[in-house]
Ligand binder design. Structure first.
Ligand code: AMO
Length: 435
């Protein structure tokens, strides 16, 4: 990890004088001279205070401030061959905006390893570290890139409700909400709404919004609130039309991260590889056989599981593929809205896996009203509670399909971070509701 060499665009320099505002990162008192490192969003700047040349009162106030206090310092800018920036500031004015309490709950520059929980408990302080912040600069860039790619593909950005009357992704992970005395839930996904929009002539929609899952599993890839990047498109022949769009979008965003995120990647000391195209496709059944060859027995019809996914990731990595599709999962494993592959126990579904982890799932939807109603019944769901959704299918629904990508899972895989919580400012999980 390296502190970025700052740019100087936010230091206003007039006639060799400048003011810099920021946090006091470090003070080194060497008797006759003190060095004060000021940090702002752009990086750091050294303030050099020779005792003889600086007003004694200012010198005393400045050099006794606790670390992380917030100041504005004005003074003369001088060239220096002692600093990375080639500049230093000789102070003549000081305004103290806030004195930091001590001890700090967490050091910003200390090299000591801190428990991840301590970091999350003190997240605002943790976010003062450039390497923590860099992840979120990249997440912001990722969102920009997604918007650009989706616009390019003719998708309309929509916003669907996050308080809903019925869930789409199974009852086990629903968060109930008291909605004026009625039972409501936090949306697990925009699934029902994005599909309803396909009946309107809004042929291609996308959304990036929070999704809520009452996940009872405490893992490095599950949280109870994540950002779901969803797409839905009409007039498809089958799921391959969706996969083609997704592949384009993924390549665009990863390339964008590599090219436009270079300065943040450098802070993180990370290199991102552009996956090879076309992304290869494995069927679910092929995965079961491949796993069996490696000694992992999975009954046809069962979930591949985290370990199975990882092993498939290893097999694909040997062939030089970071990103690949797993298609045609058993219908029994998939939600009611996924279309069955006629006459087979399999479905028109896909997962997109990135180095051994599912980052997205999707597929062609069942758009035929009667079939959809029987699919709900087969899954033990009451079609009555899906009436508003089903209504959209009764009066003319085109063939359609789409995907949901876990934005943080994508980022975590891209940056090779160890835990999804690294990619969420204030993560929510079974044990964490604050900060
Ligand atoms: P699914 O339930 O597979 O599909 O979710 C889609 C993607 O969302 C991410 N994800 C999660 N990320 C973090 N924490 C969680 N608890 C979590 N749960 C899911 C994953 C996953 O691949 N409606 C369908 C998508 C569709 O068919 O369009 C859906 O939600 O990256």
């Amino acid at each position: 990890m390296a502190f970025p060499v700052r740019d100087t665009s936010n230091i206003s320099i007039e006639d060799g004088n400048a003011t810099v505002r920021g946090w006091i990162q470090e003070i080194r008192n060497l008797g006759g001279i003190s060095f004060i490192i000021i940090r702002d969003r752009f990086g750091t700047l050294q303030v050099t205070a020779p005792k003889k040349k600086v007003d004694p009162e200012l010198f005393e106030r400045l050099t006794t401030l606790p670390r992380e206090s917030v100041v504005s310092i004005g003074g003369e800018v001088k060239g220096s061959n002692q600093t990375d920036l080639g500049l230093e500031l000789i102070p003549s004015e000081l305004a103290v905006h806030a004195i930091a309490d001590s001890p700090l709950p967490l050091g910003v520059v200390d090299k000591v390893n801190v428990e991840f929980d301590t970091r999350l408990n003190n997240r605002p302080m943790d976010l003062r570290k450039p390497e923590t912040r860099a992840v979120f600069s990249l997440k912001s860039l990722l969102c920009d890139l997604v918007a650009e790619a989706m616009r390019e593909h003719g998708f309309v950005n929509v916003h669907t409700p996050k308080m809903v009357a019925s869930g789409a992704e199974g009852g086990a992970t629903l968060f109930p909400v008291d909605y004026f005395g009625r039972k409501a839930y936090l949306a697990q996904s925009p699934q029902l709404y994005k599909q309803m929009l396909m009946s309107t002539g809004m042929d291609r929609v996308w959304e990036m919004a929070p999704a809520f899952r009452a996940e009872h599993s405490n893992t490095v890839r599950h949280v109870s609130e994540f950002i779901s990047f969803d797409g839905e498109m009409a007039w498809i022949d089958d799921q391959r039309d969706i996969m083609a769009v997704m592949e384009d979008v993924m390549q665009y965003v990863i390339k964008g991260i590599i090219e436009r995120g270079a300065e943040h990647l450098e802070v993180l000391d990370k290199e991102v590889q552009l996956p090879k195209t076309p992304y290869p496709t494995l069927t679910y059944s092929e995965c079961v056989s491949l796993l069996s060859e490696k000694g992992m027995e999975i009954a046809e019809g069962d979930d591949l599981g985290t370990e199975g996914e990882k092993l498939i990731g290893d097999i694909m990595a040997e062939k030089g593929h970071d990103m690949y599709w797993i298609v045609e999962y058993p219908t029994a494993e998939k939600p009611f809205y996924i279309m069955e592959k006629e006459g087979t126990p399999y479905s028109h579904s896909f997962d997109l896996d990135y180095r051994g982890q599912e980052i997205s799932s999707g597929g062609q939807r069942e758009h035929r009203y009667e079939v959809l109603v029987s699919r709900l019944e087969e899954k033990g769901l009451d079609p009555e509670s899906f009436t508003p959704y089903l209504e959209a299918f009764r009066y003319g629904m085109p063939p359609h399909g789409g995907w949901g990508i876990g934005l943080e899972r994508l980022l975590v895989k891209m940056l090779d971070l160890g835990n999804i919580r690294e990619a969420i400012l204030f993560p929510r999980d079974m044990h964490r509701l604050s900060p």
